[in-house]
Design a protein around this ligand. Structure first.
Ligand SMILES: N[C@@H](CCC(=O)N[C@@H](CS)C(=O)NCC(=O)O)C(=O)O
Length: 220
């Protein structure tokens, strides 16, 4: 049955899922949900009926609606096992999940659109303060990931071991966000090298924001 992804070109959580869909060689239908237009299409009743959290992504498959990007990625990995995105060993799997969660739980949520909107509109912070907040939390997380990549990458081209894992599918979208936030990646050379190498792979290139059907013409 068709895979239908509710997505937004610039959503880094949706970007993770797009990477995994591409790695698995799966065709899917994109349903764009513009996060800014008309107060945010993710807050419309038709979308809240699918995902009461009002966040993208959501994936429809086999009559089910799945939400939360990491739950979706693990679903896809179990349902379409090749190539595997988690290592065979118990401890190795836990480490890859920890690296993925370092992005998905401890960096991204602090900088999400609704958090930035609340800082600005709810707490009256100016652009400099919001930008400083975003850069601070990405820097904190990237510092730890730099050490973890040094410890666990066996080839300097992947976050863990010598093949693509769930951690890589989380790192690249977060690096995209970091660049958008104006961060220079120089303090984290291992992380930057891994991200640059991964971005050159066709599956990661197909998933990048600018390649999405809802990206505005000339986006880049
Ligand atoms: N933990 C969620 C986060 C989803 C999320 O925050 N998505 C963002 C886009 S990257 C969103 O929909 N933001 C809309 C908003 O903040 O109103 C996941 O991994 O799926």
């Amino acid at each position: 049955m068709t895979l239908r992804l509710h997505t937004y070109w610039r959503s880094s959580a949706a970007y993770r899922v797009r990477i995994v869909l591409a790695l698995k060689g799966l065709d899917y239908e994109s349903v764009p949900r513009h996060l800014l237009r008309d107060g945010g299409e993710q807050r419309r009743p038709d979308y809240l009926a699918l995902n009461p959290q009002g966040l993208v992504p959501a994936l429809e498959h086999d009559g089910h609606v799945l939400t939360q990007s990491l739950a979706i990625c693990e679903y896809l990995d179990e349902r379409f096992p090749e190539p595997p995105l988690l290592p065979a060993g118990l401890h190795e799997r836990a480490t890859v999940r920890a690296m993925a969660l370092a992005v998905a739980c401890d960096i991204h949520p602090l900088n999400n659109l609704r958090v930035q909107q609340y800082l600005r509109d709810g707490l009256g912070q100016d652009e400099a303060a919001v930008s400083g907040w975003v850069q601070h939390w990405i820097s904190e997380g990237f510092g730890a990931l730099e050490t973890l990549i040094g410890r666990h990458s066996s080839d300097g081209r992947h976050c863990f071991g010598g093949s693509v894992t769930l951690a890589d599918a989380c790192l690249v979208p977060q690096v995209y966000n970091a660049r958008r936030a104006g961060l220079d990646l120089a303090p984290w050379p291992r992380l930057a090298a891994v991200a640059t190498r991964l971005e050159s792979l066709p599956e990661f290139a197909a998933a990048r924001p600018e390649a999405q059907p809802d990206a505005p013409p000339g986006a880049g």
